[in-house]
Design a protein around this ligand. Structure first.
Ligand code: GLY
Length: 368
């Protein structure tokens, strides 16, 4: 018997587990492939505004609050493990090519200014001074200075090490169902037999959170994203670059000494993990349109995984109608960004039984 069992050892599940263990709870995490889901595919942009849509102000505030926590979060991880995770500070440059793009970027800039954020409109020439590898066809840009990025593949093992150092037990098995007794969640059944009994269960299964047998249906669906990893990009880009190319969004995120992540498709295809010729073609085509030098890089990996999407693109955090069952899912495009804050908020709830104010707008009851 453990105080808490967390289903899912992606970034979100581990963050919850680590924070809960730090607060004195005994915690077990169940996952057959820790970090093998969205955490493995994510590009690691920490970019609340660049990812936000109009009308998503509550989500934006949550994302900003998590972004603010990132430096301290990584500092605590370093103190706990002796391992540093690099936080890249160069911001996001959103570039445009034609009049339509210029209008869209002017709107985006206005939205940032309304929110009191530090953003700068740049001419094409100024954008290229910042990122010389951009195509000369760039005519206009917006620079979001406060955006950061991190490599989720570097972060995940460090977070796992910190969680284990804090006493979290990892069970390498698939969560096959929710156990209930007297109307309460009381653990997880494991695929292949066995179970973990617990006082509370946290559902952090990413896109798989929607339909755990025995649990109530959660409005989370898989939103497929195909992503590319390239090598040989040392010095190519300083920070993240985003653009719309013929109506398709593309982003290029430098990672490590010479890595580059190019993403991502957005597809409603259920749990289809196929990397398609069309997906790879579009991503490479669009990336090369924006940064022609991408053509010289080595393509080292293609991957498809699923964002945990919800009807309003915001996460589901907090209690459910089943006492003892807590949700930490639905992070859609912002899982890496929301990792520090989700861990903190869900651990608060587990310890106090009260929904923290920041989490309240993201209660699953908002969907009726
Ligand atoms: N946050 C990037 C994506 O969802 O593609």
């Amino acid at each position: 018997m453990t105080d808490v069992v967390v289903a899912g050892a992606g970034l979100i599940g581990l963050s919850v587990a680590w924070r809960a263990a730090q607060r004195g709870l005994s915690v077990t995490v169940v996952d057959d492939a820790p970090g093998g889901g969205a955490s493995r595919a994510a590009a690691g942009m920490l970019a609340p505004v660049s990812e936000a849509g109009y009308g998503e102000e509550a989500l934006l505030r949550l994302c900003q609050a998590s972004l603010e926590r990132y430096p301290a979060f990584l500092g605590e991880l370093a103190a706990a493990t002796g391992r540093d995770v690099v936080l890249r500070p160069a911001g996001t440059l959103v570039v445009g090519f034609d009049d339509d793009d210029a209008r869209a970027l002017a709107d985006l800039h206005g939205f940032h200014v309304e929110l009191g954020l530090e953003v700068h409109r740049l001419t094409g020439r100024e954008a290229r001074r910042r990122e010389p590898s951009l195509t000369p066809r760039v005519r206009t840009a917006v620079h979001v200075a406060g955006d950061l990025s991190v490599d989720p593949r570097e972060l995940h093992p460090v977070l796992l090490a910190a969680a284990e150092a804090a006493g979290v037990r990892l069970v390498r098995a698939r969560a096959a169902g929710l156990l209930t007794g007297d109307g309460r969640a009381c653990g997880l059944a494991l695929e292949g037999g066995g179970e973990v009994r617990a006082g509370a269960v946290v559902l952090a299964l990413g896109a798989h959170s929607g339909a755990l047998p025995g649990a109530p249906t959660v409005p989370v669906r898989p939103v497929k994203g195909q992503i590319l990893r390239l090598r040989g990009a040392a010095g190519l880009l300083d920070g993240t670059v985003r653009a719309l190319v013929r109506g398709r969004s593309v982003y290029l995120v430098p990672q490590g000494d010479d890595g580059l992540v190019v993403g991502a498709t957005v597809e409603e295809r259920g749990f289809d993990a196929t990397v398609t010729a069309g997906g790879v073609h579009d991503l490479l085509h669009d990336a090369i349109e924006v940064v022609p030098g991408v053509t010289e890089l080595e393509l080292v990996e293609t991957l498809a995984r699923w964002r945990p999407g919800t009807p309003d693109n915001a996460p589901v955090l907090g209690s459910t109608d089943v006492p003892g069952l807590v949700l930490a899912s639905g992070h859609h495009r912002n899982g890496v960004l929301l990792t520090p804050l989700t861990g903190e908020l869900v651990a608060d709830l587990l310890v106090s039984g009260e929904t923290p104010a920041l989490a309240a707008p993201f209660d699953v009851s908002r969907f009726g």
